[in-house]
Write a protein that binds this ligand. Structure first.
Ligand code: NAD
Length: 480
């Protein structure tokens, strides 16, 4: 298993051989000692990416030629689906079936989608007349979309391959080069991309990978050789990234956290909704940016619905993420589990009741496991999340958070779904479904959940510099 930096097409040690311990959440043991990039190492990576952007073949190739190589990168990921999925399951603690069948498969599809988007994307042109130096000129104006240059892609630990490729795909397909900074908590599958990129024939320096701590991310963001930053992670870090980028006016997109509500209407199919809501909350042990962490249920079905939802929990097979039928693994780290438990304990101390979970399970005895949890009556605001009131108040409650990533509506009435969707202050609304993302459509958050969108033309616009070219090509015809 490779655990070093990947710079200019080669795996190399960090300066002074600095390393950090990467802990496996299910065993609590060290999985790897990973090279820890310093500011000097980040500089080496940016210099390599800069050289490849300014003088290398990648930005100068046709979109079709780039798509061929990106397609091979996707093939390489698919060929290693089991190996990469198992590595991600060990590194993140997510069930291996989810890693192999969802995340790794999506990573390959993300790359292919954007390679194709770059080939099929066309740009605006306009004809006009203007007076210049006494002549009436005919003009043709068109937009070029050259790559912006060097991209910094910073990702969190919860779905490294899937989140990394959401940006690697459009960044590379548009002809940029980049430096990828994975999270210190789960860097291994990102590091593996270097070898796959070499096999696919990606030119040296087009992709560089710098595992490291937060300081490595900060060094990358502030580096003058970086032109654009795609950051995925927490709100507080996102704020720091944006402040740093402001100094040099770098282009930034932020994909941040959420506290997304599930709104359950009495007219929905309650059994199916309970299964859908359980999935939205507990997939990836709740460690998903789009997790449906708040629940608002129409009062007249609240008791029935909660019974159905509670009945979903024992169906979740909790255990070793490497077993094929496991559906719920450990949390990412001991520190994270302590934080989760402190929040639950605080809610209980303030009058919340525990309807399910709320504690560490007796088994498995090793690993950072925490039971799937439902809290009721958490506080004045979230009281509405699990019982009583609906209509106007439900929309107000759903919007009563600093976040605005996603919302889930469970109803059989299309007019109600559309009416409520319009009033929710979120970047995404899923009706009777959870996180089914068509890559052509915008993914991202409102309010403090982010800035900018990913997907289709939104990503292509971010990763290119719109350039106007205006050509005066002759005199305008005058009426005789
Ligand atoms: P985090 O913000 O702690 O870290 C994210 C990345 O930023 C890591 O690689 C980290 O090393 C790096 N980093 C830390 N300090 C930095 C700095 N000063 N400058 C630049 N980079 C720095 O987040 P996390 O705990 O790894 O991930 C969890 C968060 O990510 C949650 O809030 C989750 O909701 C969010 N998330 C959002 C999306 C989305 O698409 N909206 C997807 C997945 C996760």
């Amino acid at each position: 298993m490779e655990s070093r930096l990947f710079i200019a097409g080669r795996y190399v040690d960090a300066a002074k051989s600095a390393r950090f311990a990467d802990i496996e959440p299910a065993t609590e043991r060290e999985l790897a000692e990973v090279a820890s990039a310093s500011a000097d190492d980040v500089n080496r990576a940016v210099v390599a990416a800069r050289e490849a952007a300014d003088h290398g073949p990648w930005p100068r190739m046709s979109a079709e030629a780039r798509a061929g190589i990106i397609g091979k990168l996707a093939d390489g990921i698919e060929k290693r689906a089991r190996e990469l999925g198992t590595l991600e399951a060990r590194d993140v603690g997510k069930p291996v079936s989810e890693c192999v069948n969802h995340d790794v498969s999506r990573a390959a599809r993300n790359l292919r989608f954007f390679a194709s988007a770059a080939q099929t994307w066309t740009h605006e042109a306009a004809q006009s007349d203007a007076k210049f130096l006494g002549r009436d000129l005919r003009l043709v104006n068109f937009t070029e979309r050259p790559p912006i240059g060097v991209g910094a892609i910073i990702i969190p630990w919860n779905s490294p391959l899937m989140l990394g490729t959401w940006n690697l795909g459009p960044c590379l397909a548009a002809g940029n080069t980049c430096v990828l900074k994975p999270s210190e908590l789960a860097p291994l599958t990102s590091i593996a991309l270097g070898e796959i990129a070499n096999e696919a024939g990606l030119p040296r320096g087009a992709l560089n990978i710098v595992p490291g701590l937060g300081a490595a991310g900060a060094a990358l963001v502030s580096h003058p050789g970086v032109d654009a930053i795609a950051f995925t992670g927490g709100v507080e870090t996102g704020r720091r990234v944006m402040a740093s980028a402001a100094d040099s006016l770098k282009r930034v997109t932020l994909e941040l956290g959420g506290k997304s509500p599930n709104l359950v209407f009495a007219d929905s199919n309650l059994k199916q909704t309970a299964a859908g809501v359980a999935r939205s909350i507990y997939r990836s042990q709740g460690q998903s940016c789009v997790a449906g962490a708040r629940l608002l249920v129409e009062s007249r079905v609240a008791a029935d619905f909660l019974e159905l939802l509670i009945a979903e929990i024992p169906k979740l097979k909790i255990g070793d993420p490497l077993l094929e039928d496991t559906e719920y693994g450990p949390l990412i780290s001991g520190a994270h589990r302590e934080r989760v438990h402190a929040i639950v304990a605080d809610a209980i101390a303030n009058g919340a009741s525990v309807l399910a979970g709320g504690k560490i399970p007796a088994a498995p005895a090793t690993g950072y496991y925490y039971l799937p949890t439902i809290l009721d009556n958490v506080d004045a605001k979230s009281r509405a999340a699990s019982e009583e009131i609906f209509g106007e108040q439900a929309i107000t409650s759903a919007n009563a958070t600093r976040y605005g990533l996603a919302a889930y509506l469970w109803t059989s009435k299309i007019d109600r779904a559309l009416r409520v969707a319009e009033r929710l202050k979120t970047g995404m609304v899923w009706v009777n479904s959870f996180f089914l993302w068509d890559l052509r459509t915008p993914f991202g958050g409102a309010k403090m959940s982010g800035l900018g969108r990913q997907g289709g033309r939104f990503s292509m616009e971010f990763w290119t510099e719109p350039k106007l070219v205006c050509i005066a090509y002759g005199e305008a015809e005058r009426d005789e």
